[in-house]
Design a protein around this ligand. Sequence first.
Ligand SMILES: Cc1cc2nc3c(=O)[nH]c(=O)nc-3n(C[C@H](O)[C@H](O)[C@H](O)COP(=O)(O)O)c2cc1C
Length: 303
Amino acid sequence: MTDLRTNFAGIELRNPVLLASGTCGYGEELAPFLDLSRLGGIVTKTITPEPRAGNAPPRIVETAAGMLNSIGLQNPGLQGFIVDKWPYLAALDTKIIVNIAAPTAALHAEMAARLDDVEGIAGIEVNISSPNMKDGGMLFGCSPTASNEVIAAVRAATRLPVIAKLTPNVTDIAAIARAVVDGGADGIAMINTLLGMAVDWRTRKPILGNITGGLSGPAIKPVALALLWKVHQAVDVPIMGLGGITSAEDALEFLVTGATAVQVGTATFIEPGGAADIVAGIESHCAAAGISRVGELVGTLGV
Ligand SMILES: Cc1cc2nc3c(=O)[nH]c(=O)nc-3n(C[C@H](O)[C@H](O)[C@H](O)COP(=O)(O)O)c2cc1C
């Protein structure tokens, strides 16, 4: 038996596997397929200060080894989340991290302060990386200064652990990582989707209603690993690694490269209960390799 328990920035996880934001809704949709208490945690769909209807359809396109989405942060807004979604999540026997985004640093801070009063939230993940938001998201996450300001505002507004979710769509991700850590981030989640586009040459039109979207799934795993490797060397806070993880072996690759925990996203669209299989697979691979604690693997990549 391998001890899978993982402390991520003060959050005690049963194991290092969480569901990624936007790919598991608010938990309820997946409950018929998966015992959610087998997971380390769930990261909610991004919540914004006010409800959002999201972008015009089509909003999803399948690609080679992945998918493009341009959902546009459809969500019920902070108040709707607290009233309609939180009671279900609060009753689950797993850690719930609430993912937030807003058009200004001050509005991020207001959301964080409000969530601070909600009993049972394990942490806040700040989405400064959505490519599908014209009034925030990646606009912040591409600038070290703006990233720092948003995270510092959130950090000052809550007692909860603050996790900054980074975009891969930058020249120097280590500079962004240092900026969020300077702003007080307790942890980093990476990566969000890569900016992408799908085209129908016959109609000579883009396929997505929003024209561009975010690429996810197995196609982006090598990009995620390379960026994780860079960020792991640049900062000392724990990192949640994600991007294309579909198997226990994928997850173990992220742990060895420097992730303390991992998130499973697009794989859930292929196999809704797959994250629990990843937990079981991590345990059996580690046990077979004689590893007594999964944490022993983190950042052990030799180069
Ligand atoms: C349909 C869809 C919706 C998503 N929505 C969000 C979101 O609301 N907030 C967020 O931070 N990331 C969102 N993401 C990004 C994922 O959380 C994750 O960062 C990305 O998909 C890479 O991981 P994966 O390859 O395992 O899916 C979304 C991804 C998909 C596919």
